[in-house]
Design a protein. Sequence first.
Length: 522
Amino acid sequence: MNGLDWAVLIGYFGVMVAIGVWSHKRVDNVSDFFTAGGKMPWWLSGISHHMSGYSAVMFTGYAGIAYTYGVTSFVTWSFPIALGIAIGSRLFAPRINRLRSRLHVASPLEYLKNRYDLPTQQALAWSGMLLKIVDVGAKWAAIATLLSVFTGVSLNQGILITGAVTAVYCTIGGLWADALTELGQFVIQLLAGIAMFVAVVVELGDYGGFFGVWDRPELDGHEKPLIGPYGTVFLLAFLFIKLFEYNGGMLNQAQRYMATANAREASRSAKLSAVLWLVWPLVLFFPMWMSPLLVDAKKPDGSDSYALMTEQLLPHGLLGLVIVGFFSHTMAMCSSDANAIAAVFTRDVAPVLSRKARQWTDHAGLVAARLTTVVFLGLSMAVATQVNSPTFNDIITVVIKWVAGLMGPIAIPMMLGLLRTFRRSGPTAALTSWAAGLLAFWLVNYPVHWNVDGGVPLQYQVSIPLAVSLVLYVVIGWAKPEDTPERDALIERINTDDDGSAAAALPLPGQAEEPTPSKPVP
């Protein structure tokens, strides 16, 4: 990097902080901080939903997969996400929006106390927060790795720089700052991604052009959709995982649905995000698929290939823009995660731990939310310094094995609890499926010595915890139904459509019954 590249990077950081300061004026209470008061336009929510699912892991871990295996990086990652969000646009997005508009909650987990019971809510809240700390730690490590390639700063210095800038704008402006910075970040990564795509296409002229390169020995097997450890079982498992994760199971995407005005707007935002996930990653991945022709990765897993290719192909200025694109993805995801976890702690955990927290004023709640955001970012940055230790092994191991493997047991009770079909599943089903799924993850990955060369295949490390949780949640619900009139009333309230008279639907415990219930969703 030279002075021009540094100017682009520092200018980007300055704009992000400025947006956070401007967004501060739009935050008057906890609802504004966590759900934008339900005033976010559907298109902004959709772009924010899309951007909050990216991080620099794509340009390190997934770049390594693309370098080694080719198009399977798209087929087994962004395609399942796009399909999962498209399904969720009808199945989950409207219902999650009604959590705010009907139940007036500010945290995606706040409804679980009435849907199940307090112990279930606390189990999911604490495990979700701890998993997110590890997840975001991997994201900080990924962007710090890229920064070290370009600038020579140490891993810890890179983590501190990116974390500090993110903490400023997302702590000041809440979800509004997250969404508006993500809009700016979307434009930046659009320009950066196209610049890199064009540079690689021009370079391919020396290797036979777009259609001729696939016969090159360096790209042997790169055209196969499923290859290596990324087979059919992995694809199906990842589809189920991403269906839950990207529709709210990892909390931050749920806030985007909650932030829109109504259920219809939430559904439209999900459809926009699904389209972006289907189309845009093709532009980003193509240079990665071609990278074996253009660079020799220094790391065994190829995770530095995209950074090396960027240095080689782009002039100064554009190099700085692409580096800013790396930052934009990571900061978008990490800031949205920080906001989601702050919501869970201040709305779900703190009132259980402290009597004073139950009586917070709007001002006190906002202060607590901002302090929680800073604490979460600090803890995740501390974890980031350990991502490459023997505990976690490397970045892609954290993202695929830890996060994908543990997400299912946490998300299944939350997401399926929204649906009428699973109304019989109560606290016993939820807690048992959660605990058994976590136990399955531990058994598959750690204490059991399987008679398989190299250990348990990755596809089973990811799929077994999810399958165990899903089966137990459904089976226990039917074997030991725990549906009550109060729980059924809550489920009906988030499963009714949005015509003008539907605001009240059915009453929650302690509320007067409305004279005319809403028309059910087909």
